[in-house]
Design a protein around this ligand. Sequence first.
Ligand SMILES: Cc1cc2nc3c(=O)[nH]c(=O)nc-3n(C[C@H](O)[C@H](O)[C@H](O)COP(=O)(O)OP(=O)(O)OC[C@H]3O[C@@H](n4cnc5c(N)ncnc54)[C@H](O)[C@@H]3O)c2cc1C
Length: 498
Amino acid sequence: MIIKKDRDTIHNYFEDNSGVTGSNADFAAIAETEDDISVFLVEMSKSKTAVTVAGALTGNTASGLAFGGSVLSLERLNKIGEIQKIDNKNALIAVQAGARICDIKSKAYNEGWMYPPNPTENSSYIGGNIATNASGSRGFKFGVTRDYIKALKVAFSDGSQSYVKRGECFADKNGGITFNTSNGKKHIVLPKYNLPVIKNAAGYYNYHGADLIDVFIGSDGTLCVILEAVLKFIPRFKEVFGGIIFFENRNNAYKFVNKIKNISKKTEKENLKDSISAMSLEYFDKNTLLMIRNDYPLIPENVEAGIMFEQDIYEDNFDILMEKWIEIIENSDINLEKVWFASNITEQEKLRLFRHKIPEHINEIIRKNKIPKVGTDFAVPEGKLPEIIDFCDKVFKETNIFNITFGHIGENHLHANIVASNEQEYKQCRQLYANIAQKAVDLGGTVSAEHGIGKLRHIFLEKMIGIEGFKEMAKFKKSLDEFCILGQDNIFPKSYLF
Ligand SMILES: Cc1cc2nc3c(=O)[nH]c(=O)nc-3n(C[C@H](O)[C@H](O)[C@H](O)COP(=O)(O)OP(=O)(O)OC[C@H]3O[C@@H](n4cnc5c(N)ncnc54)[C@H](O)[C@@H]3O)c2cc1C
């Protein structure tokens, strides 16, 4: 274990993508082996020193930022194993938690496979992706990180380690799970609050009959340190056809998205060969498009919404599928002049950069303003999206604070970013966010569908599970982390622990 104390050397661990300032730690511990981590955790438990695990620090919720105690970095544990082909449709690979997803993705690509989760920030580590259950722009077809995790090796704060395989250990009807560790058996009982059955990254996973592995995925550095993972790869697509459609009326954008969703579901269910099946369906509101018009002056004037779509293509039917998309676009009363198509690798890369530019641009503004990010991450049940977008419009009109909304419309999951330029506006933004969070909950949705709760969203999670839910989570955490050293203040306020 390398210990660094000099502030000038460790300051890079004190900033992530949330815009939160004031992070600090007495020292940073950089693990050189997995066993280093167990020894370190035992020492930290004995001295009751807080441990915040840092991934690549690209997270949005300050969950990787320490406020006292120590930072534990897995940046040197970045081995990527060899791909093991299971059959023509599946392969497995073992990786260490500090491996960057861009390296994992290129390894897959070069050998004819693909790792589908696509949180657009490619420099993030797989450990961070697992701890936040990240998803991103291709979640509509491919789901979330959890769907591609077959096994995890984890270390607990008592130094014990466990190898957890998917499909081996499940919660009983009371939420109890007993499992093996290197120091003997552990028994946990999952919290009992109700979480919505939609895309969700808020709160500890406690669905009926939960698989133990899913309890650790999305636990935001609070229950264990993820050391290694076995990931599932699927066959790589041959080509992608995509585009961005600009709409003058956003209701037409919703109608188009619904049409594509229905056709895509049918295509997948019936395994149809030459039929539309979107891989991503992304939404950009008017303000988002205005924000990046300087970089993209060809964005048409007077547009209210943009929809980006991508279809993955595995056979020699690119032309057939391209024609199908053009046909459905024309039949939806969309002017083809208001569509940018991406039909080759160069154009697809331009599309990816366009999508990535949006969070990047917002993050730049936030870094410049030095005020934390206020960005929603809500998802709502099918059919409820127009209602919450109208609601957001209403609350934004009450102030003049700059805001943009974009995100994963295929999964009814959007990010409304409200950008404060001073402390007073920040308070207003938090209030607007609270109102939107309440609306999402009232509609049966979640306050976080991919970034997690971290340190910035406790009050929003409280709207979903209440104070009793926080108490249950604290009790649950203590059953795995006796001295509560891991990820303090992530997911729920640390005042519930001490
Ligand atoms: C431009 C941009 C676009 C983004 N787009 C998306 C998106 O589309 N979808 C999405 O989901 N996210 C997105 N993100 C957010 C971010 O990339 C993800 O949350 C990512 O999963 C964080 O990974 P990280 O390695 O940076 O983790 P960090 O930010 O360092 O940490 C995040 C959490 O994981 C914990 N953690 C990290 N490693 C471990 C470990 N080994 N064991 C236990 N806990 C650990 C930390 O303690 C912390 O709680 C975006 C970020 C940026 C900058």
